[in-house]
Design a protein around this ligand. Structure first.
Ligand SMILES: Nc1nc2c(ncn2[C@@H]2O[C@H](COP(=O)(O)OP(=O)(O)O)[C@@H](O)[C@H]2O)c(=O)[nH]1
Ligand SMILES: [Mg+2]
Length: 459
């Protein structure tokens, strides 16, 4: 480990608050703290993990800047693993800046974003996935997202990755035994498929499938309401949000822009998007609006295909159904408060059997609860469990797991096709490297810089 310089930053947000916290980490932390802290009663033993009361002064020891509590955490028992001092002063940006100025006078360097966490990682206080979980917790916008971050911080993902590594190492040992044997006897030995390969593959797959559900809680899902003009799309947006967000009229082509609002369904932020009705556009404005619909449909997590149950179906409906056949589709048959003009069966046969059909009335509000439930069912796996089980929420982790899974499939294929065990062993080593990228056991500096620079200052 290189001898690091001593860094400082505020750990609390900019602005007025009861308390503001300044962190100092590095070999000079205690020496610097001694220069600016005048303890009440004149004496301070600087015991590790104790809180002392006194004045923060300029380095001249005379000018008092604030009255504060100060603590010292001796390495390695600190967040960064280095000597750390925390000053709890009053939460005023002017005070905090003047203390930071004094600390810089005394040789501390302003910390880069995420630099405290980076040091914690480099000093083995946590692995990379845990440091990322911490950033996710700080950015969490729902209690569920926070809980998932916390579970990762506590090591749920790290333990699963470690288990997977052990499985792959066992599989490698099996393969390598057959390679050695071949060398001894100088004859071709067909390797057997180590059972751990399939076990690892299944567990990687289940991590991968947790991603979609986890993202629903952390980032939310995008739900697009589509259909021809006048079926009641804007009315549905208003009914779901409980607001008059979108203009509703009986004039076809009223909605042009995408109109969005976010509601919370069972802890999932659901971003609803009302769109222009799809038909042969009557003018350039409507044409632009309809182009927007096609673009956003491609990025939707769930598509609500809306039909008017009170009027005969038209070719426009057929075009829309044709374009939205598979994936997370809900067919909402609206205006069921009016007499039905056609039977549900006539459209059911146009879709795969697992597509859900719902009767609703955006006007009376009937069917709204069922619709909300269907939206979340489509976004979260039934067996998705956040309590302690390993899940992934981070795109970088997902990409690494996809690569590891591909490596494992390649290894299986080469064993199955009777190739020398060398090939499969090579793939398994690649899979190990990919898993090591998640925990940071093996990672290049450029990626590390990118990860930590996205953290906030003082973390
Ligand atoms: N009877 C009835 N009328 C509805 C319902 N939903 C919408 N409408 C009416 O249908 C017309 C078109 O509604 P709007 O929401 O603007 O449709 P959009 O063009 O698809 O956005 C308006 O006159 C609405 O009042 C419903 O559930 N029942
Ligand atoms: Mg509309």
């Amino acid at each position: 480990m290189l001898r690091q310089d001593t860094i400082t930053a505020t750990a609390t947000p900019f602005g007025m608050s009861g308390i503001g916290i300044i962190r100092i980490s590095g070999p000079e932390a205690l020496a610097v703290a001694r220069r600016i802290f005048k303890p009440t009663g004149g004496k301070c033993e600087w015991k590790s993990h104790h809180l002392y009361h006194g004045d923060i002064t300029c380095a001249d020891g005379k000018t008092v800047l604030d009255e504060a509590l100060i603590s010292f955490m001796r390495q390695p028992r600190s967040f960064t693993g280095e000597d750390t001092v925390e000053i709890n002063c009053h939460g005023n940006p002017v005070i905090i800046q003047s203390i930071l100025n004094e600390l810089q006078e005394l040789g501390c360097r302003p910390a880069r974003p995420g630099e405290f966490s980076e040091r914690a990682f480099l000093n083995n206080r946590m692995d990379l996935s845990q440091a990322e979980a911490l950033a996710a917790m700080i950015g969490a916008r729902s209690s569920k997202a926070y809980a998932m971050g916390l579970s990762q911080l506590k090591g749920s993902l790290s333990r699963e990755i470690e288990d997977l590594r052990l499985l792959l190492i066992d599989a490698l040992a099996g393969l390598e035994a057959s390679i050695d044997f071949t060398e001894d006897t100088a004859e071709e030995n067909i390797p057997e498929m180590p059972p751990q390969i399939d076990q690892a593959g299944e567990r990687l797959q289940s991590l991968l499938s947790s991603y979609r559900s986890a993202r629903a809680y952390t980032e939310g899902i995008h739900v697009i309401i589509t259909g021809k003009p006048n079926v009641g799309k804007s009315s549905l947006l208003n009914a779901l949000t409980g607001k008059k967000k979108a203009i509703v009229t009986d004039i076809p082509g009223t909605t042009r822009d995408l109109i969005t609002d976010t509601i919370n369904i069972g802890g999932i932020p659901v971003h609803l998007i009302d769109t222009a009705g799809i038909r042969e556009p009557q003018n350039v404005i409507e044409k632009e609006g309809i182009n927007l619909v096609w673009e956003s449909l491609a990025e939707a997590d769930v598509v609500i295909v809306m039909l008017d149950g009170s009027k005969p179906l038209t070719d426009e409906d057929k075009i829309i159904m044709d374009k939205n056949k598979s994936g997370s589709i809900i067919v909402a048959i609206n205006k069921i408060d009016l007499p039905r003009a056609w039977k549900t069966e006539t459209v059911e046969e146009l879709f795969p059997p697992d597509i859900k059909f719902l009767d609703i009335s955006a006007k009376s509000g009937s069917g709204m609860e069922e619709l909300k439930k269907t939206i979340t069912d489509l976004s979260v796996n039934k067996d998705f469990e956040t309590a302690g089980g390993a899940i992934i929420t981070n795109l970088r982790h997902k990409a690494a797991i996809e690569r590891a899974l591909k490596n494992i499939q390649n290894a299986k294929e080469s064993v199955a096709s009777g190739l020398s065990a060398e090939f499969a062993a090579f793939d398994l080593r690649e899979a190990l490297d990919n898993l090591d990228e998640i925990t940071g056991k093996k990672i290049n500096d450029e990626i590390l810089d990118r990860i930590f620079s996205s953290f906030c200052i003082g973390k």
